[in-house]
Write a protein that binds this ligand. Structure first.
Ligand SMILES: Cc1cc2nc3c(=O)[nH]c(=O)nc-3n(C[C@H](O)[C@H](O)[C@H](O)COP(=O)(O)OP(=O)(O)OC[C@H]3O[C@@H](n4cnc5c(N)ncnc54)[C@H](O)[C@@H]3O)c2cc1C
Length: 458
């Protein structure tokens, strides 16, 4: 019998790959994570800049992020969680030259100028509008049908931009917003479906022992602590950084994993947890059809620009602001990061994290630091008034967020069938079931359970 140095090699040390490795290790498997970068965590990365603490990617996770809570329970790290300031429940949307708070009460809804009366009535009528969920609905079709033009532009459109940096007419409603699409499909209305779902979920969470929670969460030290917690439990011997993988080969019962630098590793099984464009090139010589499916998943490019400086004037209290497209701005939105958690900026200073680029503006990430700083500081001033900016930090993601198109579910099904032809190989990552940290963690759990069954059967 062939001796394998490892039961499993995990390619990619983002949160999905780390979770898969951690679960397999917990199940008694020997695991090696190969990560191209000099650190693990992928998109999730917190850095220090003087007394500021910057989130390069996601800032928070939600009370409803069941997979993340499960992971924290498994790791024994629930106590490390910190809740965002209560003001984080306020969010703003730009319209007609001003920021408007998204209404969070009936009175605020009546008073808001974010929507005209016509827009409000169309939104209120949502529960009685005819259902009509179609497989090929784009996000635009879906939100227009449910909310009318204003709701689709100012509420749903900005939401799409905030999550996907995407173009709603190119996202599939069923793939990109499966809960919402299913609410309409099953209950005839998104609002009625959501109410039913929330009631059922509350019961289910209570039965599963989850504490009732509301709001947004992170850790002392930032969201980057999440991959660090997992990596700490895995231990240094289970992780190789600066180890970019080039390709995969099957040699009898063994997987041979080839590194960019000419090294190679062997294992009985492989979890491929690299993002779609990289996963495509790694699979290219093994399975060109699978590679082609991965290659065709569009990835929104995004630049994240942090502005740091003296707090002057009044920034409204809240999480941040989103700007609908076609309103003369290139920035997609701003997170008022210093307001979320106490340790993000020195006293008397602000930290705003701004997103630029996305599917409507794919070349923005290619701008020089100087150009991006100019665009962002000018537009920040237009949106919030002029502030003394003392420092700027920029992180670019040429392939930030997968765009789940109309046929995404079928493409992923086809991809999984192709991969199933290669025993001991499985996939993990945020392009499979949804782009959130929570679903990326979920995909790690799922990959681990598939590989564990495979190893058991062998
Ligand atoms: C700017 C931004 C903001 C976001 N905001 C939010 C948010 O607010 N809330 C939320 O829930 N989600 C958010 N997300 C999404 C969330 O960050 C991701 O869904 C999640 O982190 C993806 O994890 P992953 O492990 O699937 O992929 P990744 O984090 O991309 O990890 C993949 C890893 O594979 C490695 N890799 C690539 N190629 C190779 C190779 N050849 N060999 C070895 N390793 C390789 C990469 O270096 C990387 O570490 C945001 C994403 C971005 C980019």
């Amino acid at each position: 019998m062939t001796q394998h140095p490892h039961d499993t090699i995990v390619i990619g040390g983002g949160i999905a790959g780390l979770v898969a490795a951690y679960r397999l290790r917990e199940a008694g498997r020997s695991v090696l994570v190969l990560e191209a970068n000099e650190r693990v965590g992928g998109n999730i990365h917190t850095t220090g800049d003087g007394d500021y603490r910057l989130e390069g990617g996601p800032h928070t996770f939600l009370a409803s992020a069941d997979n993340v809570w499960r992971l924290l329970r498994d790791l024994g790290k629930e106590d490390a969680v910190v809740a965002a300031a209560p003001a984080a429940k306020h969010r703003y949307i730009y319209r007609d030259g001003k920021l408007h708070a998204i209404p969070t009460s009936p009175w605020a809804f009546i008073k808001t100028k974010l929507l005209t009366w016509r827009g409000k009535l169309s939104l209120l009528a949502e529960p009685i509008k005819p259902g009509g969920a179609r497989k090929n609905d784009t996000a635009t079709d879906f939100f227009l049908r449910r909310f009318g033009r204003e709701g689709a532009t100012y509420l749903a459109g900005t939401f799409v931009s905030g999550i996907y940096a995407g173009d709603p007419s190119r996202l599939g409603a069923r793939a990109a917003f499966p809960k919402f699409w299913n609410f309409e499909k099953n209950a005839g209305s998104m609002i009625r479906g959501a109410i039913r779902y929330m009631r059922a979920k509350k019961k289910e969470r209570a039965a599963a022992g989850y504490k009732p929670r509301r709001g947004l969460f992170s850790f002392d030290g930032g969201l980057g602590r999440l991959p660090e917690f997992v990596a700490e439990q895995l231990g240094d011997d289970a992780i190789r950084t600066n180890a970019a993988v080039r390709g995969l080969r099957r040699e009898g019962e063994t997987w041979a994993v080839e590194g960019e630098g000419g090294e190679s590793w062997r294992a009985r099984s492989v979890v491929l947890a690299a993002p779609p464009p990289k996963a495509a090139s790694i699979l290219a010589s093994l399975d060109e059809h699978a590679a082609r499916i991965l290659e065709r998943i569009p990835m929104a490019p995004v630049a994240v620009v942090h502005l740091m400086g003296k707090a002057e004037g009044a920034i409204p209290p809240g999480f941040g602001a989103l700007i609908p497209r076609d309103h003369g701005f290139r920035i997609l939105g701003v997170i008022f990061a210093d307001q979320l958690f106490a340790d993000r900026a020195p006293a008397g200073h602000f930290l705003h994290t701004i997103f630029v680029g996305g599917m409507f503006d794919p070349t923005a990430v290619k701008r020089t630091d100087k150009e991006l700083t100019q665009i962002v500081t000018d537009e920040h001033a237009r949106l919030l008034g002029r502030y003394t900016i003392e420092r700027v930090a920029i992180r670019r993601f040429p392939h930030a967020i997968p765009q789940l198109q109309v046929d995404h579910p079928e493409q992923i099904e086809a991809l999984r069938l192709l991969v199933a032809d290669h025993p001991g190989l499985t996939l993990a990552g945020n392009y499979l079931a949804g782009v959130s940290v929570d679903l990326a963690v979920g995909s790690g759990y799922e990959a681990a359970s598939e590989i564990d069954s495979f190893l058991r059967s062998g």
